[in-house]
Ligand binder design. Structure first.
Ligand code: NAD
Length: 339
């Protein structure tokens, strides 16, 4: 029997996780819970996803808009083995899930302390097998872990500095900015460094962030002191063994995040999502044997989606081997074809 998965919060991340769950043969979507009867609710119904209103008050709004719902969040969680919570940060549903006795996965807007367990499939799948609750860290943190974990495991990371140029908001949002300014994050280190350490506790990392007027991707500039010397070719060969890292090249005309997203559109995946972290292979440099520099771009709307699918498998013990879960997820989403 496929595992029964519910999604609470059907926005940027929730709708992508819903679609990804629908592609797996060992899990099925039992419903999505929404607050408002907007276009996304209408499209969810059109896709055949059972739609639930958050509560009685929201149900009345759906009825007024002529949209039929199957019940409320309380009804949905009763029918689920696991809830993927994709609501905005601190929405506060932990007690609801505990009361219903369902497992749950939260997203990176939440603090690590909510679950005391944060997930990355390549780095710590085994630690999360059978856990009741886990958090998938943010898009930026996931992106940093994707390339730093292999480096630390194979060459040792003495010290890493990541300067992150962050997108202002997502493409579907017209409320946030900046639209004509560059905004430094004055807190130091930015929250991303400690967040990476929630999965890789021993990693010596500092992070600096600035927000810029773009919506399509984040860009990270990394400076990493390795414990052992390494050639660029060895680093590329190592990353090539991790399918959620894709390579792009300035020599091929990929000079900015604009061309990366054009490449993603040309791949014709669902929503043109790029689940992989894109590393410029001709932007990887080693100086004095062990000082590594590289650039990577993160499609913030989608890199956490395969991680959520693997986290479901880990928590529900549908697959105890992380590598096998990742391969299954990646096949279903077409990951790997960008290499
Ligand atoms: P979003 O605003 O696009 O979607 C949130 C959804 O939850 C919306 O449908 C909204 O109507 C609904 N909602 C709002 N308040 C709610 C409540 N109290 N109860 C239930 N539902 C409610 O947000 P998002 O970007 O999908 O972010 C969700 C989570 O994922 C956050 O923790 C965020 O930090 C994290 N995240 C976002 C991104 C990104 O780039 N957008 C990337 C990685 C992780």
């Amino acid at each position: 029997m496929p595992a029964r998965i519910a999604i609470n919060g059907y926005g940027t991340i929730g709708k992508r996780v819903a679609d990804a769950v629908g592609l797996q043969d060992d899990m099925r979507l039992v419903g999505v819970a929404k607050t408002k009867p907007n276009f996304e609710a209408k499209l969810a119904i059109r896709k055949g996803y059972p739609l639930f209103a958050l509560n009685k008050e929201a149900s009345a709004k759906f009825a007024k808009a002529g949209l039929e719902v199957e019940g409320t969040l309380d009804d949905l969680v009763k029918d689920a083995d696991l809830v993927v919570d994709c609501t905005p940060e601190e929405s506060g549903y932990k007690s609801v899930y505990e009361k219903a006795g369902v497992k749950a996965i939260w997203q990176g807007g939440e603090e690590h302390s909510l679950t005391n367990l944060s997930f990355n499939a390549a780095a710590n799948y085994a630690e999360c097998v059978g856990a009741p609750f886990v958090r998938v860290p943010s898009c930026n943190t996931t992106g940093l872990i994707r390339t730093l974990f292999p480096l630390d495991a194979h060459f040792g990371v003495a010290k890493a500095l990541a300067v992150m140029v962050r997108r202002a908001t997502d493409p579907g949002d017209s409320k946030k900015g900046p639209i004509n300014a560059i905004e430094p994050e004055l807190e130091m280190p930015s929250h991303h460094g400690p967040d990476v350490q929630s999965v890789l506790p021993g990693l010596n990392i500092h992070t600096i962030a600035v927000k810029v007027p773009t919506t399509i991707m984040h860009l990270h500039t990394l400076s990493v002191d390795l414990k052992r010397t390494a050639e660029v070719s060895q680093i590329l060969d190592l990353w090539k063994r991790f399918p959620r890292i894709a390579f792009v090249s300035g020599a091929d005309g990929v000079q900015s995040t604009a061309q990366i997203m054009e490449l993603a559109r040309d791949l014709s995946r669902n929503r043109s999502d790029l689940y992989e972290i894109a590393v410029w292979q001709d932007g990887v440099h080693v100086v004095d044997g062990n000082h590594l520099f590289y650039f990577q771009a993160v499609h913030q709307e989608s890199d956490v989606v395969p991680e959520n699918v693997d986290a479901i498998r880990a928590l529900l013990e549908l697959e105890k081997d992380g590598r096998r879960s990742m391969e299954k997820t990646d096949r279903s989403l077409g990951i790997g074809i960008a290499r």
